[in-house]
Design a protein around this ligand. Structure first.
Ligand code: ADP
Ligand code: ZN
Ligand code: ZN
Length: 738
């Protein structure tokens, strides 16, 4: 027997969009009705007929079931992609606690009047030699943009203009001189003869035969796909093990069935090379989204997806909402990345939202990473996800780099107070002499204001929460999970050393020191200061890739996903910096980053070294990273999470209250805390690590719970409580559920 009642959201332009209305399903419809279906329903006192979307089917009547109205009929046609996205929005609202309007704005791209631009393509006309000469000339004269375009044409003789514009910054004006010289033409679609012909040639060049591990992974996932079970798969593959090739194999099989694919890649790894790999194989059926594109351009890509002009979309988080009518697969590369968590309400995680969308439309979800998130790996071990492992590098001549750990405490006792260890200096000299490249980075995170001992390496931690205490300018240390406070001690509580101080080293300082030490070396720096320009980021990376510098210095952003074959030394200057972030995930982030960094060295033929400088060589995250041992890291980290009841061992609901009036905020937060405390384990309210921003004060409440359902109930109770209190009106509240 099928469900008797349907919970329905009234058409989305209606003001009651934030709640569901229950209707009885007439006998004749019970067999066929499904979630996502658009239906006709009598509404309001006059019973005028409106349309609505079925969001849930249930057997439980919320009110007197005899008073429920009946669904009048089903809007003809199958469940549309629009309805699926609306159901997804409902799920996001429930799961993450936003308004339905915010959720709808997230999943349905804003319509903008944009004139349709014809599809344009840049086609190379010049032969290889002329092209090379032109590139050299452009390089000599410092025409960076033109050089980038010419370099790109060396790899693919036809490139879509949109992609060149989004990724390389090409404009019609900037191409003009190259067109006038007869090096290339800018073609419009109407003039194309056989656009795929040129692309196909590129594809032949790039196609590799999968190795045995890759083939096994692809076959296993495909077998599950064809069987219809469509579970979520985790591909745990070391850097360079050929995960992308496995994705492409799966994509081509999905396309053969006439279905479409969404590929999520963190923005920072969405480089020209990555996009061209997909374009080289799938040609014009691929499109890209990124934050450098204008809103109109992005909207166009959604339109192309809706009209069936493309089958594959590659992009960051927001690509998940591409309106493909027959979505067959969602792939999330580097699934552990923080960028998949939205900072705007609804604060959804792309992995969870993707699982929901995949379920709604019968697609499968593939996650890939060299360092899977604890959440995903735990699920894979429990058998909730399928697991495939790739543990060898795919390229025959490439091997994992050697990893060395330098103990900075020993450097200090032996009289070296510099941030450059003697071993690092020695390796740098060698590399510079051999004309090989070097990357140096510090893993600094937003508010890593902690105090540590330079003799024993210990950072000052909260005795109750086991996270690092945050240093405040008034000389106090505070725990932002529980509010514990102490004055900064004069000597280290662990070893008595007086070398205890707030840690502070910036990339700029490191650049200065590097230039002093190696005056002849060419140094580039990449951090938020140098990349704030629109193309700054890409420009610095391409300059480094072309060999215009010997040393690249930066924050963690330089080690994420880029491929520089001439880099043979990667140095993590103070690997523990990120270990001190006041966040229970800092061990995981440090491990991920160090493994990624080691993956950067030795991508070409020459073997690489990754050097990890640290005050805590015995910390399990550093040890496991040095041994490239994910399983060992997982075991240790999961032990810590279980002990402290942090996710994924337990659910964590974070409530942020903020307001202009500190007194009101304090009172209301305390009242809410007291109310919730009766029914759950609550920590706080405590001040946010940055308590006051733009004259707005912020407080946190943390609630731990065994599962999400309990926490969602608690959130609803909090919402209700705040709604009923007149005095809480001036506050805003944000929820975060992990
Ligand atoms: P990952 O995504 O796991 O980092 P990639 O798919 O980018 O790995 O592969 C790393 C490199 O190895 C790429 O240059 C790719 O072309 C190459 N590669 C991948 N699979 C194979 C294979 N089966 N044979 C030869 N080279 C391969
Ligand atoms: Zn000490
Ligand atoms: Zn604490």
């Amino acid at each position: 027997m099928r469900e008797q009642f349907a919970n329905i959201i009234i058409d989305i332009s209606h003001e009651s969009v934030d709640r569901l209305f229950q209707y009885r399903i007439p006998e004749g419809l019970r067999e066929s009705i499904q979630v996502g279906q658009q239906v006709y329903i009598p509404f309001g006192r006059g019973n005028s007929i409106r349309t609505g979307y079925v969001v849930e089917l249930t057997d439980e009547a919320e009110y007197d079931e005899h008073k429920l109205k009946e669904i009048a009929g089903v809007v003809p046609g199958s469940v549309s992609v629009q309805s699926q996205l609306i159901c997804l929005a409902w799920w996001m609202k429930e799961r993450y606690g936003s308004t339905m309007n915010q959720a709808l704005k997230t999943v349905l791209p804003v319509k903008k009047q944009v004139k349709e631009i014809p599809r344009r393509t840049i086609r190379l006309l010049a032969d290889e030699r002329t092209l090379k000469e032109a590139a050299e000339q452009a390089g000599r004269r410092g025409y960076k943009l033109q050089l980038r375009i010419l370099e790109a044409l060396k790899a693919n003789s036809v490139i879509p203009f949109e992609a060149a514009s989004a990724q390389l910054g090409a404009t019609t004006a900037s191409l003009k001189p190259l067109v006038q010289k007869g090096l290339l033409v800018l073609e419009e679609k109407q003039q194309y003869r056989n656009p795929l012909q040129a692309v196909e040639k590129g594809a032949e060049k790039q196609r590799v035969a999968l190795n045995e591990q890759q083939r096994r992974a692809a076959d296993e996932i495909w077998e599950d796909y064809l069987s219809g079970s469509r579970k979520t798969w985790l591909i745990h593959g070391i850097t360079g093990s050929g995960k992308t090739e496995v994705y492409m194999e799966l994509i081509s099989r999905v396309l053969e069935l006439g279905r479409q694919v969404i590929v999520l890649i963190p923005e920072i790894s969405l480089t020209w090379q990555t996009v061209m790999r997909f374009y080289g194989r799938f040609g014009d059926r691929v499109s890209v989204l990124n934050s450098r594109m204008s809103q109109g351009e992005r909207y166009d890509q959604y339109e192309r997806a809706r009209k069936g002009e493309i089958d594959i979309i590659i992009g960051p988080r927001s690509a998940l909402f591409a309106p493909f009518a027959h979505l067959g697969m969602i792939i999330i590369d580097e699934e552990h990345e923080n960028a998949y968590q939205s900072e705007l309400s609804p604060r959804y995680h792309a992995r969870e939202a993707a699982a929901c969308r995949a379920k709604l439309c019968g697609a499968s979800l593939i996650l890939g990473s060299a360092t899977p998130s604890l959440e995903s790996y735990a699920r894979a071990l429990k058998g909730e996800y399928g697991l495939c492992t790739l543990n060898i590098r795919a390229k025959a001549d490439s091997s994992l780099s050697k990893i060395e750990v330098v103990d900075l405490r020993r450097e200090l006792t032996q009289g070296n107070r510099s941030i450059f260890s003697r071993r690092l200096k020695e390796l740098m000299e060698e590399r510079l002499q051999a004309k090989e490249q070097i990357m140096l980075f510090i893993n600094r995170r937003g508010y890593a204001n902690f105090v540590s001992c330079r003799s024993c390496g210990e950072a000052l931690r909260c005795p109750h929460c086991d996270v690092t205490l945050t240093y405040h300018k008034n000389g106090r240390l505070m725990c932002h999970y529980c509010g514990y406070q102490v004055l900064v001690p004069k000597v280290c509580p662990s070893c008595g050393s007086p070398y205890i101080a707030p840690f502070g080293t910036g990339t700029q300082k490191i650049e200065e020191l590097t230039r002093e030490m190696f005056p002849a070396a060419r140094v580039l720096r990449m951090d938020l200061d140098t990349t704030s320009k629109k193309e700054g980021h890409q420009e610095i990376l391409s300059a480094f890739a072309r060999g215009e510098a010997d040393i690249l210095i930066g924050t963690q952003m330089i080690v994420k996903g880029h491929d520089f074959p001439r880099v043979t030394l990667v140095g993590a200057l103070a690997a523990d910096l990120s270990l001190y972030a006041p966040d229970y995930r800092c061990g995981e982030q440090t491990f991920d980053l160090l493994v990624q960094a080691a993956g950067r060295a030795g991508r070409g033929e020459r073997p690489g070294v990754a050097l990890i400088q640290t005050y805590q060589p015995d910390h399990y995250a550093i040890r496991a990273a040095a041994a490239q041992d994910y399983e060992e890291f997982y075991r240790q980290e999961m032990g810590y999470r279980r002990l402290m009841e942090y996710p994924p061992a337990a659910g964590l609901l974070t409530l942020q209250l903020s307001g202009k009036d500190e007194k009101i905020l304090e009172r209301e937060a305390a009242a809410l805390g007291a109310y919730l405390r009766e029914n759950c384990r609550l920590i706080g309210p405590v001040n946010a690590p940055v308590y006051k921003v733009n004259d707005i004060y912020r407080k946190f409440l943390y609630i731990k719970g065994e599962n999400y359902d309990i926490l969602i109930q608690i959130r609803k109770r909090a919402e209700q409580f705040l709604k009923e209190r007149e005095t809480a009106r001036s506050l805003s509240v944000q929820y975060d559920l992990t």
